[in-house]
Design a protein around this ligand. Sequence first.
Ligand code: ZN
Length: 414
Amino acid sequence: MSNKPKLTIDGLLAELATLAKISEAEPPVVTRVVFSDADLRARAYVKSLCVEAGLAVHEDAIGNTFARWQGSDGELAPVGTGSHIDAIPNAGLYDGCVGVLGGLEAIRVLKKLGFRPRRSIELVIFTAEEPTRFGIGCLGSRMMARVLSPEQALALRDKEGRGIEKLRTQCGFEGTLESVELPAGRFHQFVEMHIEQGPLLEQEGIDIGLVTAIAAPASLRVVIEGEGGHAGGKLMPGRKDALAAAAELILALEEAAKSSGAIDTVATVGVCDVFPGAVNSIPSRVRLETDIRDIDGARRDRVIDALKTACTDVASRRGVAIRIDVVNADPPATCDPAILAAMETSATEAGRSYRRMVSRAYHDSLFMARIAPVAMLFIPCRGGVSHRPDEYASPEWIGGGVHVLARTLARLAS
Ligand SMILES: [Zn+2]
C-alpha cells in the first residue's frame, strides 16, 4: 500500500443518493424503519451492490447482513466493518449509510488497487440500529453480542402490537433467533465509520476522528403517582402534586450530572408526560423519560443512584408514589489501541488530519465491543447536525474517511 489510492467517490455519492431515495417519506427526507417496505428495498439495493463487488452475502435470522471478501487464509477470523441503513423518521442520508456504502467503497478501492487480504474483510449491515420500531436501539448488534436474549427480543412489540417473530419471517429472515449470537473471536477486529453527529471536527477543521471510547447510555423511566383534584378547590396544604415532585427530580438529576466531577457525564429528561394535563387540574400522574450517559460506567451509575435516592426522598416528603424502571443501562466501550494505532498511521499516510475523541452517541460498535476489539472512525458533519433531513457530509469529508478506512482495513487484514 505504498501508492496513494486513487479515489473518485462519484460512484459512492451516487449510491448514497440512490439509497436516500428509498424512503417512506418524500425526498430529501429519509425515513426507513426496520422491516418496512423501504427497509427491504434498501437492503436489496445494498446487497446487489455487494454482489456486484464480488462479495459473498448472507443474512442471519434477524436480518443482520454479512458481505465477505474472502482472504487468502480462510482459517483466520475476518476483519469487520459496517454500520446500519435504517433511519429514524425525518432523517438525513449519511447516518449509518456512510459506514455501510463507505465500507463497501473502501473494499472496492482495495480490490481495484490489486490488494489481496490475508484475513477476509467482511462488511456488516446491522438490523435496526435505530430504536424507532421496537423502542430499543442496536437490535441486531445487541443480539449478536447476546446483550438481548432471544426471549427478550420475542417480547418486544411495535406500537401496532406486532412482534419480531412475525415481522422478521415475513421479511424472509429464517432460522432460530439463538443463531444470531456470535462467539467472541468470530471477528478479529471491527471498525465502524460514521458521521460525528457533533460539531467538533468541523469546528476544528479536522478530517478524521479516532474514537477512543463510546459513552455508556442508560435510560430510566420514572412514574410519579400523586393525587389529582380541582386547582381551585384543593388548597395547598396536603397536596400531592405529581408534577411538582417531578420538578424536584429533574433538578436533582441535573445536579447529580453537573457535580459528577467530569465533563463527560450528561443527564437529560427528554419526556415529561403530565396527566390529566388540564390547566385547572392538579397533576395526578407524571412520567419522565431520562437519558444518562458517561464514558465511565461506574460514574454513570452513581448518577443513577443519586436519582434513585432523590426518588425515595421526594416520595416520602411529598407523600407521592414513585416507580423507577431501568429501560436499559449498557456499559461503555473502550476502543482497541491496536486498531487506533492502525487508523492513526493510515490517516498520516493518507495526509489527513485527525484527533482522538469520544463518541457520545452510541452505535453498533458499543455492542460489537463485547465480542471483538473495536474502534470507530468519525468524519465531520456540517454543524454537527444529524437525524434531520439537512444532515450533510461533504464529498471531501467522505472521501477522506473512505481513504483512511481503506488503508486501515488493508493494514488489519494483512
Ligand atoms: Zn448511526
